[in-house]
Design a protein around this ligand. Structure first.
Ligand SMILES: Cc1ncc(COP(=O)(O)O)c(C=O)c1O
Length: 393
């Protein structure tokens, strides 16, 4: 039997592990904030591959950088230096106020693993191994990142998980204060919880926690995998929140869709890693790093960070005026619209039908993370579609 939306043998759909509930759609092409499916139908993309395609689909500068680099050199191993990786580590340092060293990998979860290993290494001669993360957090699917993830439902069936992780409620400073003890090596936090439902950590909470960590010699580690690369209106959310992490993570939006991850650690911590302590075959490959350099360049040259801030506020306000939306959370163009009931899957479906892609993050939260090159007119169009859908429910 032929699957009509993919124009391929239906059996092919069962040859991929069913780890995702996929919409019966296949995209074949994109341009800017628009996507086109196998039938040629156009969609306005307010998801951007989950906060990944930061400068838009098929962005010319990124495509050229990938293509030019691929024609020169795709892979050599980490036994040699490569120019794009060196340039990217310097660029990341520059936009982070310097003082960091970078470990490159290929995904968010690998960046988390790197941070966990660094924290363990740092604590190993101090009797410190424990890592405290937040309830409802998300840090990845590999085993240690999963153990750090504060969502027990995601742990089911995978025990025994690595030990030494505890979880506290975000913004409850007393709980974190009480949980930190002599065996605590690090805390790990998303400035805005992404997969958990778009819940921001407050500035006050972060600043108090940062102070406690420095007083008690505990590493302050931030997961900026979803919040980073300009999405919240600054390169990293921490730059607007008045804290400076010892270690922080990037991935998703860094190379506009080419797999990449990065763990940045202050020089003194980073140098605990020596040849042989950690590694990655593909990490820091020239093509991914060239794509990331081009992405950061496009973000900078087009002032997309400022745009994320301005358009984010504009969109938050517009969403608040819609029926059935009772709260809007987030920063910049990382937004969660809280609905008054469990209708988010239906909303997403109806939006698809009308050519708009949004994401039902939880049963009652719609996530909006468009490419940062989105225009105000495109946001207005999206709001009109959402309005018409919400009125029918
Ligand atoms: C905050 C955060 N950390 C880690 C991850 C894991 O990233 P990846 O899926 O690239 O492994 C994600 C992915 O959604 C994330 O949002």
């Amino acid at each position: 039997m032929t699957c009509d939306f993919l124009n391929c043998d239906c059996a092919a759909l069962n040859s991929i592990m069913p780890t995702y509930k996929r919409a019966p759609l296949a995209m074949v092409r994109g341009r800017g904030c628009l996507l086109y499916d196998t039938n040629g139908k156009e969609y306005l993309d307010l998801l951007a591959g989950v906060a990944v395609v930061s400068v838009g689909h098929a962005r010319e500068e990124v495509v050229c950088a990938i293509s030019e680099q691929a024609q020169q050199l795709i892979h050599t191993s980490n036994y040699f230096w490569n120019q794009p990786a060196c340039q990217l580590s310097q660029k990341l340092n520059k936009i982070s106020g310097n003082g960091y060293q970078v470990f490159f990998c290929n995904s968010g979860t690998e960046a988390t693993e790197c941070a966990i290993k660094l924290a363990r290494k740092w604590g190993s001669n101090k009797g410190k191994h424990k890592i405290i993360a937040a309830d409802r957090s998300f840090h990845g699917r590999t085993l240690a990142a999963l153990a750090a993830t504060g969502q027990p439902a995601k742990w089911e069936g995978f025990s025994p998980l690595p030990t030494g992780f505890t979880h506290c409620k975000i913004n409850d400073i007393d709980a974190w204060d009480a949980a930190i003890d002599d065996s605590t090596a690090a805390i790990l936090l998303e400035p805005i919880q992404g997969e958990g439902g778009i819940f921001p950590a407050s500035k006050e909470f972060l600043s108090k926690l940062h102070k406690i960590c420095s007083e008690r010699n505990v590493l302050f580690m931030l997961d900026e995998i979803q919040t980073g690369c300009g999405r919240t209106g600054s390169w990293w959310a921490w730059q607007q929140l008045g804290v400076r992490p010892d270690v922080f993570l990037s991935a998703k939006g860094l190379a506009n869709g080419i797999p990449i991850g990065a763990c940045l650690a202050r020089d003194k911590i980073a140098t605990l890693f020596q040849p042989g302590t950690h590694g990655s075959t593909f990490g820091g490959g020239p093509v991914a790093c060239a794509a990331a350099l081009a992405t950061l360049d496009v973000l900078e040259k087009n002032n997309y960070l400022t745009a994320a801030k301005v358009l984010g506020s504009y969109l938050q306000e517009a969403l608040l005026s819609l029926p059935k939306i009772i709260e809007v959370r987030g920063m910049g163009l990382m937004i969660g619209a809280q609905l008054d009931s469990d209708i988010s899957e239906k909303v997403t479906q109806l939006c698809f039908e009308k050519g708009l892609i949004v994401n039902h993050l939880t049963s009652s939260v719609i996530r909006i993370t468009p490419p940062l090159c989105i225009t105000q007119a495109q946001l207005d169009h999206a709001v009109r579609i959402l309005d018409s859908v919400l009125r029918t429910l």
